[in-house]
Design a protein around this ligand. Sequence first.
Ligand SMILES: Nc1ncnc2c1ncn2[C@@H]1O[C@H](COP(=O)(O)OP(=O)(O)O)[C@@H](O)[C@H]1O
Ligand SMILES: [Mg+2]
Length: 366
Amino acid sequence: MAEIALHDVRKSFGDFTAVTSSTFTVKDGEFFVMLGPSGCGKTTTLRMIAGLELPTSGRILLDGEDVTFNRASKRDIAFVFQLFALYPHMSVRQNISFPLRTQRLPRREVRARTEEVAKMLQIDTILDRRVTGLAAGDRQRVALGRAIVRRAKAFLMDEPLGALDAAFRETMCEELRLLHERIGATTVYVTHDQIEAMAMADRICVMNRGEVLQIGAPMEVYERPATRFVAGFLGSPSMNFLTAEGGFAPGADAIRIEGARLAMPTAREGLACPEAIVGARPEHISIADDGALRGRVFAVEYMGARQLVTVETAAGRLRVRTPNTVRVATGETVGLAFDAERLVVFDPVSDRAVRSALFDHSGALA
Ligand SMILES: Nc1ncnc2c1ncn2[C@@H]1O[C@H](COP(=O)(O)OP(=O)(O)O)[C@@H](O)[C@H]1O
Ligand SMILES: [Mg+2]
């Protein structure tokens, strides 16, 4: 059992604030991903949880116990550094058991735990082989085995797949997720890669400039982004942003963009804003003869089952994801229809979403 709670945790280096005020709870057994661009404060947050860095203010609780001032060695949290740096001259067994041997545990226990982990990872038949010469997949498992053999209360991982190529990363994401499902240990995983975050997280915590912007299940942060930054950071290609004329008011059943009227489900609630930005994901725009907005096809990129069509409109260059059965040619004029239910409206002043996608039936921001 390991629940990690941060209460108003702040970290400054001199007069620079790296983490503004983080308050969140990582639930027991959860795979919690901290996502954000480089320099947003992810590593600093993780190091504070590990006990490698002391917060400037705020408290950190592990299973309800205040560990803010406890040293790293007193926290029973495994910080997984450089997941893939194996010891080349050692065997699989020696690599996996290394963390236990440095703890000076009895030999018999080291042996039993190493074998148990190897079995779980299905590398128990190669325990006495050298790691050099092993297939890439087996090497990954050895690295994972070494990370989990300690049976820590929680695992902290800081961009562990950063240095790998795309294909290798994908299989490693799967392995990590499967392993998590088997051992169920609380994991805080840091990445700047939104695809990795979406694939692995139970919940994603999106950060920017030292601030936590939103925490939610992958689908929640993707479908109902709290801010324009979150909306733009998740999804590839990014959400399209269009300036709405006349802003937005609760009760509106449409929004105007470059003279085109986009009907949307009426929202009784929501916040009024005199200026508004409409966000539409590429998959929520389609090419339709009677589409509200018209534009000229600038580029068509085939991507297997889908294609990405870039259309120049009076409201800017929009990216549209369509099935590849939709026939479009560069230079052609097309109409664009918007999936009204999915539009998100942002207040450009606060950057916050004032009307989110997928309203509940009362029209309130659910
Ligand atoms: N020891 C330190 N001294 C001064 N500034 C630091 C220190 N550690 C991190 N920072 C700064 O804090 C910010 C957040 O860093 P970090 O947590 O490493 O970001 P991330 O992991 O999200 O890329 C960065 O601007 C970084 O330069
Ligand atoms: Mg970092």
